[in-house]
Design a protein around this ligand. Sequence first.
Ligand SMILES: *Cc1c(COP(=O)(O)O)cnc(C)c1O
Length: 469
Amino acid sequence: MTDTPRTFGQQLGRRSWAEPWKIKMVEPLHMTDRAARERALADAGYNTFLLRSRDVYIDLLTDSGTNAMSDRQWAGMMVGDEAYAGSENFYHLEDAIHRYYGYEHLVPTHQGRGAENLISRTAITPGQFVPGNMYFTTTRLHQEMAGGTFVDMIVDEAHDPQDRSDFKGNIDLAKLDALVKREGAARIAYISLGATVNMAGGQPVSMANVKALRSWCDTHKVRLFLDATRAVENAFFIQEREAGYANKKVAEILKEFCSYTDGAWMSAKKDSLVNIGGWVAVNEFALFEELRNLVVVFEGLHTYGGLAGRDMEAMAIGIGESVQDDYIRSRIGQVRYLGRLLEEWGIPMMEPIGGHAIFLDARRFYPQLTQDQFPAQTLAAELYLDSGIRAMERGIVSAGRDARTGDHNRPKLELTRLTIPRRVYTQAHMDVVAESVKAIFDQRDKVTGLKLNYEPKYLRFFQARFEPI
Ligand SMILES: *Cc1c(COP(=O)(O)O)cnc(C)c1O
């Protein structure tokens, strides 16, 4: 499992994880100097979300909507059927989702949170619990706004950055049993299963775990819904690590995984290699009717859901490309390439390396800072100052405040995410990133942290402002 880049490549019958594509169009990067970066960061309140992209050199803020599309996807954009109702591209998308994810009924949305809004409003009765495997920011907020209470049921290993278990995204069924014993199954809206788990470092869920969840849900008459945002990456880890799957295609594994769930929502801006798009899909017709009705209130008619016809076409083609074994191996191979450079230098990070990003462990990076001095936010700021590379906080700021007490939620994980956009940067860019992380690691003793001076009510990490202590 912990193979080096070389043996990882040899499993593919090639010397390296080299990309199965070449570059046809390029976009110049913006080089900046230290003085300009200091000004830009101060103007942005030390929050990388508030930087202008023209002030960024290598942008590892997110893998969301930052993908490079293929020539086939761009060609698909030209056959957009921009009819208000019944666009041909909707039917292509429906076919792709049925074929690769297996669900019966599709409702497109403009992006993932649009789908989360719909499923939360239709499947949660106020006062119910929504157990899941570590929270995701927008997912939990929509569940709360629909009157639900999210409860974290992830295995304990997920909270330990140095634990090297293979499937740190799994749900602990003993925790589910305890919840049912305490509250009764009728108080559970559904299981909210994310695969991979973004906030845990892109860690996967095993096939054994989703199968066990299926039978648990059948016993207790509870629905099981999947956050399928990175389910293709999850399928790759199953192929690599779980007995019986080494000779199956990622596409087959994905479909089997989804078959144990009752439906899914998706931010297609991640796995599906597009810049915008999402969906919710379910097998149950009555629930579909509710979703299809509600989408017209929030997103648009049920055959476009806030998207242009061309966007749906790009997504339909992107889904097919995303499940190709050689593509997904190179995608995760690039993430590992960066991770292993950092490992060689002893940089503390979330282990094992996950699917979409390297998560630096800011607690061990800056042991002199308390969590209330925002170590992960500080690390993202220092990286930007050093080189113009943009990362994102995934720690106390992202975790927000406890709805009842108003105090910070204090997650065990205090991480800075270097997120790799798909098909965008080269190996040489990864070298530059690793060198910059090393440079700030060497200067770590001088760092004194940040203090918060503005925060908005919802999803504060997007718009909060800080200043140096
Ligand atoms: C990004 C993301 C979402 C939300 O999707 P958007 O397209 O950003 O609205 C939901 N779940 C996970 C796991 C995500 O990473």
